[in-house]
Design a protein around this ligand. Structure first.
Ligand SMILES: C[S@@+](CC[C@H](N)C(=O)[O-])C[C@H]1O[C@@H](n2cnc3c(N)ncnc32)[C@H](O)[C@@H]1O
Length: 267
């Protein structure tokens, strides 16, 4: 399988990349630990959604449930979010991360065929997942179908320059992996409006830029190991890369990685 194909290979996604929460968690940890922006991204995203008590909310491709774990203390009492993921393992991790809170329910299903009737939800989240879906227009139609008229979709993704320094580092050590341009070429901040306008009248892209200043080597190595479509990270390449990063940290205090991400709202 080539790296580009891995992005939307459902077998690979379900049974390897997202079989458990470990890969996604390694990536979330790097962001959480080394972010220089004092704003917590998922708290900021929560603010954009303006969730009100009693709303019907669905998250498609919930991953480890990090968005809800982060915002648990702010959740209106009678909000009962439904979380859905292609991977049963991920849905189980999400359940644990909201500490078995009984307001949440969990389903394993595919975004291309949502197991809900029409016009069920006021808000649907589908963050960092549309680029994984084999037939993106079909998933977008499904997301629209389950929303009430005027209901809002939040479908966050990344921009073209996302983590450029990490990509350059991996090229330097000849590590082949699924590239950010492959992801954002399928669904990124730039083409999101044209993709979503096939089913939604209004689309609003709200960028969120950040810089990671990574001051420890191991979390960066863990991130690289977790990446989609990284088939081969030979031990000698890893050793050389570790030396390079350690020198960078010793001489410059840390390794800088720019984050280009953001929320895409559609209604
Ligand atoms: C990069 S993670 C994002 C997780 C979460 N939305 C977040 O922002 O942290 C992508 C998630 O989408 C799920 N996924 C991939 N393809 C899917 C599909 N066709 N239907 C539902 N979930 C899918 C994966 O199993 C994974 O948990």
């Amino acid at each position: 399988m080539n790296n580009l194909k891995a992005i939307s290979d459902q077998n690979y996604l379900k049974n390897q990349q997202y079989r458990s929460g470990d890969n996604l968690d390694a990536r979330i940890q790097l962001h959480r630990r080394f972010s220089t922006n004092p704003t917590i991204y998922f708290e900021w995203m929560f603010d954009q959604l303006n969730l009100q008590a009693g709303m019907q909310v669905l998250e498609v491709g919930c991953g480890t449930g990090e968005f809800w774990r982060t915002n648990l203390p702010r959740l209106p009492d009678n909000l009962r979010p439904k979380l859905l993921d292609l991977s049963a393992g991920m849905a189980a991790v999400a359940r644990a991360s909201v500490r078995q809170d009984t307001r949440f329910s969990f389903t394993t299903a595919d975004a291309q065929n949502l197991p809900f009737g029409d016009r069920r939800f006021d808000v649907v989240l589908a963050n960092y997942m549309l680029y994984h879906v084999p037939n993106i227009p079909q998933a977008v139609r499904e997301l629209r179908r389950v929303l009430v008229p005027g209901g809002r979709l939040c479908a966050a993704t990344n921009g073209t320059s996302h983590m450029q320094e990490l990509r350059e580092l991996m090229h330097r050590f000849h590590l082949q992996h699924a590239e950010v341009p492959d992801f954002v070429g399928r669904y990124g901040l730039k083409n999101a409006p044209s993709i979503l306008r096939s089913s939604f009248e209004h689309v609003n892209v709200i960028p969120f830029n950040n810089t990671l200043f990574v001051t420890e080597t191991q979390p960066l190595i863990d991130y690289i190991h977790s990446m989609v479509g990284l088939w081969n990270f030979p031990p000698d390449a890893e050793l050389d890369l570790v030396k390079w990063v350690e020198f960078e940290i010793q001489t410059k205090g840390g390794f800088t990685i720019h984050i280009s991400s953001g929320v895409v709202l559609a209604w």
